[in-house]
Design a protein around this ligand. Structure first.
Ligand SMILES: NC(=O)C1=CN([C@@H]2O[C@H](COP(=O)(O)OP(=O)(O)OC[C@H]3O[C@@H](n4cnc5c(N)ncnc54)[C@H](OP(=O)(O)O)[C@@H]3O)[C@@H](O)[C@H]2O)C=CC1
Ligand SMILES: N[C@@H](CCC(=O)N[C@@H](CSC=O)C(=O)NCC(=O)O)C(=O)O
Ligand SMILES: [Zn+2]
Ligand SMILES: [Zn+2]
Length: 376
């Protein structure tokens, strides 16, 4: 391979500082070190967590940075000791890796591999450095993925090989939002047949929760959102009823408890707002209701409720990447998509080139998009 072992100069969307538009720059991407993989990113989608970090809400946010963590691409070259993928393989970068060796990976109770968590949280690869340079300055990595670049370097435990027939413009969604919501219902909450569920926030993550609830055989799936334009599209994902908190004077949890003869079996917060997190918990049925926090709240925010809500049997949970052990699960989710058992296309509302990436953020903020897919 002509580029192997050499730096590659390519286009990337660089975030120089919080709350500033991304700038398309020529960046230099160094070759992969041992146990690293350099990937040509072909498509990436934009997740609300990219916007959250761009807005300066992430306690771990470091700048300048190449954001993006919902991507798919082709391996360009690998560093010494890499055996899990080879040049030419189609892959998905994984922001929660799976080393299969740490205490977390060995436990069936969690997907939160901690092997590279501390370096990833500081915006660097496991050796403490970054592979991106622009205008002579090092540029940080994001969530171990940095998919808003034509080339990126990730740890070998942070990537999985997928079926050669995968359409990368669709399966890039399996890097974050869809598995997160789908797994929140199936793995974390373990929704059961005939149950009633409510979902706050009908973006891609909330709609993927709906899909998981539907797959589990839930009877009622209530969508709660302040943007009524989300209601029509939500039906495709299994949402059966809609509630807009703006249409009610009472706290929305009281409205839902009345609608459901005492409360919901399962609720999901997919907004990232501590007030909706409280509503979702308090809308749960006494004795057994389970509320799962999926949304990511801004730095410094804290949740509150009366402890009596928990004493009387409601359970508060949270999920990261839907509880999926990433290397084991993402290739299987790709197969489910290829076998038409998992919807993805319906989440994609926009397609655009890299130089329009700021428009993708705008569409998310105005509530016009579910997922915008960027072609690199
Ligand atoms: N735990 C994890 O592993 C992951 C967490 N996330 C988090 O999940 C959340 C959702 O992500 P995503 O689907 O991409 O985001 P979106 O912005 O696409 O969707 C959020 C939805 O919530 C709606 N909303 C905003 N405020 C309220 C409110 N007060 N009550 C009800 N609905 C409201 C928005 O309406 P409007 O259209 O008007 O804005 C929008 O429809 C984010 O916090 C993201 O960071 C994402 C991926 C993984
Ligand atoms: N860095 C933040 C927290 C951000 C966060 O909660 N990230 C989610 C994924 S959101 C994806 O779109 C997550 O999986 N967290 C687990 C983890 O180990 O990071 C902060 O400092 O609060
Ligand atoms: Zn995400
Ligand atoms: Zn691990």
């Amino acid at each position: 391979m002509a580029t192997q072992g050499k730096p590659i100069t390519c286009k990337a969307a660089v975030c120089w500082a919080p709350k500033t538009p991304l700038v398309i720059e020529d960046v230099e991407v160094a070759p992969p070190n041992a146990h690293e993989v350099r990937i040509q990113i072909i498509h990436t989608a934009v997740c609300h967590t990219d916007a959250y970090t761009l807005e300066g809400h992430d306690a771990e946010g470091v700048f300048p940075v190449v954001l993006g963590h919902e991507g798919a691409g082709i391996v360009e070259s690998v560093g010494e000791g890499v055996t899990c993928v080879k040049p030419g393989d189609k892959v998905i970068p994984l922001y929660i890796p799976q080393c299969k060796e740490c205490k977390f990976c060995k436990s069936p109770k969690t997907n939160l591999c901690q092997k590279v968590r501390s370096t990833q949280g500081r915006g660097v690869l496991p050796d403490g450095t970054t592979r991106f340079t622009c205008k002579g300055k090092p540029i940080y990595s994001f969530m171990g993925c940095s998919t808003f670049s034509q080339y990126t370097v990730v740890a070998d435990i942070s990537v999985c090989k997928i079926n050669d027939d995968s359409p990368l413009d669709k399966v890039c969604l399996l890097g974050c939002g869809v598995p997160t919501g789908y797994g929140a219902a199936l793995n974390t909450a373990q929704v059961d047949k005939g149950s009633n569920c409510a979902i706050w926030g009908l973006g891609a993550v909330g709609l993927a929760v709906a899909l998981g609830c539907k797959t589990a055989g839930a009877s009622r799936i209530i969508g709660v959102d302040i943007n009524p334009s989300k209601f029509e599209v939500a039906k495709k994902f299994g949402v059966t009823e809609f509630v807009n908190p703006k249409d009610h004077e009472k706290p929305i949890q009281d409205v839902l408890v009345e609608m459901t003869d005492g409360g919901l079996d399962y609720t999901f917060e997919c907004v990232g707002n501590v007030h909706t997190m409280r509503s979702a918990l308090e809308a749960c049925h006494k004795g057994w209701g389970v509320s799962t926090i999926v949304g990511v709240a801004a730095a410094g925010q804290e949740i509150a409720t009366r402890p009596f809500q928990l004493v009387t049997g409601r359970v508060w949970k949270g999920t990261a990447f839907g509880g999926w052990k990433s290397v084991d699960s993402v290739p299987k989710l790709v197969e489910d998509y290829l076998n038409k058992k998992l919807m993805l296309d319906e989440f994609i509302t926009h397609n655009m080139p890299l130089d329009q990436i700021n428009q993708a953020f705008h569409l998310m903020h105005t509530g016009e998009s579910l997922r915008a897919v960027i072609q690199l």
